[in-house]
Design a protein around this ligand. Structure first.
Ligand SMILES: Nc1ncnc2c1ncn2[C@@H]1O[C@H](COP(=O)(O)OP(=O)(O)O)[C@@H](O)[C@H]1O
Ligand SMILES: O=P(O)(O)OC[C@H](O)CO
Length: 505
């Protein structure tokens, strides 16, 4: 058996390739950003060809740097930004349109209409999701309705859909020359088209969006001993490596954080925040604005489900301070600026740039900075931005407690924003529970590697993986109860001010 497992993490802002050893230690990596295409307000696109080209490049560079080849890798796992929608022609290999990204709000009217005639409740029951612009189905409908020739080709079985996992798997396995068209239940559970109980595409859900079934990939386990396929020697691996792991990035991070027991949760702080709570084989229906989603399916085992709190804008609010306001020159500077003040000086920033996701699901919300007085400075804005990341997390933790009865005694964290020591301290203060970060903070790629490695026997069991998890840092709550309660009340008031801003009738 080779000594290593590889993982591609195809994220919203970048694509990385990482190689891990048996202890789950990182051996090598490379990462490249891709263009964020913003054609009009609310629209966010990526070029799928650029994503495949960046995937090729990060793999080739990583293998060269580590002086490794395909024969050193026991398996390859894929993890990806979820919901982002690619439709391409299986004969030419050309995408019909740019990938429509999960953050894109062009389908707000399609989403709003779902609740006017009862379809929304069917979607909630079968797919575990509230009607929102976030998910893939409305994006596929938009492409079918707005791009010439797609519907006819889709009906003929030539125009096919995938999230970026499917797009990469198809390219890795030969593309127009016999590429496989597959996905896994974690990705499929974000389309609005899969029945959560059967893990199959559902004809009624397909009919709501006018999507021909033949566009959709086969759904295979997230860790698949039967293999999705082998990489081609002509591709970036330069040889045949078993493709055996596929998970949406937030589910992959849950696996990477070894949250295998019911009641274990992790929160990933990247472009957005995604808190997932393992609910075991039981499907817990949220009454408080959380999503019910597939957490993972290993081999022929019954799937494990999760409750998820998805927050659209967290790390990207820090990017906004840098790129749009220009008050910091890099994300890390947000910490030094926010440290210039001891509190938010009365300022709250609700970054509802894409409306509000969990637990509110309000497409009609837009961002607001409230509570300003002449006393306030850039430092208060920076502090309010970090607090917004943490208050949004508190909102989903509260919803999770109400839905599941689980009170967290520690929050496991990972993702880019966790490099911000002040932000993690504020998180512990706002939640009133400790926050804990593992040594291997690249839990998303690690989770995909675990899924791929379990399938080929590189790792034998989930118990073996648990031994690999080690704490790096822990932040303890320091605020008084009074400060915590008062601060949160101010946040709720600020959220209220952002609602009902856009008319979607
Ligand atoms: N020190 C920092 N303080 C605050 N935010 C940070 C810091 N470092 C990175 N970020 C934010 O983290 C995000 C990138 O994290 P990452 O986990 O790579 O995200 P993704 O997987 O969504 O691309 C960016 O939005 C960036 O603004
Ligand atoms: O690519 P990330 O890490 O921002 O994650 C995006 C999520 O999968 C969207 O649901």
């Amino acid at each position: 058996m080779p000594d290593f497992v590889g993982a591609v993490d195809q994220g919203t802002t970048s694509t990385r390739f990482m190689i891990f050893d048996h202890g789950g230690n990182e051996i090598a990596r490379h990462q490249l950003e891709h263009e964020q295409i913003l054609p009009q307000a609310g629209w966010v696109e990526h070029n799928p060809l650029e994503i495949w080209e960046r995937t090729r490049a990060v793999i080739e560079t990583t293998l060269n740097r580590a002086n490794l080849t395909a024969s050193d890798l026991a398996a390859l796992g894929i993890t990806n930004q979820r919901e982002t929608t690619v439709v391409w022609n299986r004969i030419t290999g050309r995408p019909y349109y740019n990938a429509i990204v999960w953050q894109d709000t062009r389908t707000d009217r399609i989403a709003a209409a779902l609740d006017r005639d009862g379809r929304g409740d069917v979607i909630r029951r079968k797919a575990g999701l509230p009607p929102a612009t976030y998910f893939s189905a409305g994006k596929i409908q938009w492409i079918l309705e707005n791009v010439d020739g797609v519907r006819k080709a889709a009906e003929a079985g030539d125009a096919i859909f995938g999230n970026t996992d499917t797009w990469l798997l198809w390219n890795f396995t030969g593309g127009t020359d016999g590429g496989v068209h597959v996905t896994d239940p974690t990705n499929a559970s974000r389309t609005m088209l899969m029945d959560l109980e059967t893990l199959e595409w559902d004809d009624e859900l397909l009919s709501f969006f006018g999507i021909p079934r033949q566009m959709l990939p086969a759904i295979r386990p997230s860790s698949d001993p039967g293999l999705y396929g082998l990489t081609r020697g002509s591709g970036p691996m330069g040889g045949e490596v078993p493709l055996s792991g596929d998970l949406g990035d937030q589910q992959a991070a849950t696996v990477g954080q070894v949250c295998f027991e019911v009641g274990e949760a992790k929160n990933t702080y990247g472009t957005g925040n995604f808190l997932l709570l393992n609910t075991g084989h039981e499907l817990v229906r949220s009454e408080n604005g959380l999503l019910t989603t597939v957490c993972y399916q290993f081999g022929a085992d019954r799937p494990v489900y999760a409750l998820e709190g998805s927050i659209a804008v967290t790390g990207s609010a820090v990017q906004w301070l840098r790129d749009q306001l220009g008050i910091i020159s890099g994300a890390a500077e947000s910490e030094a600026l926010a440290r210039q003040v001891d509190d938010n000086g009365g300022v709250y920033f609700v970054p509802a740039f894409s409306g509000l996701f969990a637990p509110y699901w309000r497409s009609d919300a837009r961002g607001a900075i409230v509570g300003l007085s002449r006393f306030n400075t850039n430092a208060h804005i920076a502090r309010a931005t970090l607090e917004a990341i943490c208050y949004q997390t508190r909102d989903v933790v509260e919803a999770m407690r109400q839905d599941s009865g689980v009170t967290l005694d520690v929050l496991r964290v990972d993702g880019g924003v966790t490099a911000n020591d002040l932000c993690m301290q504020i998180q512990a203060d706002i939640l009133g529970v400790p926050v804990s970060k593992p040594v291997v903070a690249e839990t998303t790629a690690l989770g995909a590697a675990y899924a791929a490695g379990l399938a080929v026997g590189f790792w034998k069991s989930a118990d073996e993986l648990k031994q690999n998890w080690q704490e790096d840092r822990r932040w303890q709550p320091e605020w008084s109860d009074e400060r915590r309660t008062g601060g949160y009340a101010g946040w709720k008031k600020a959220v209220d001010r952002t609602l009902d801003w856009i008319d979607l009738s």
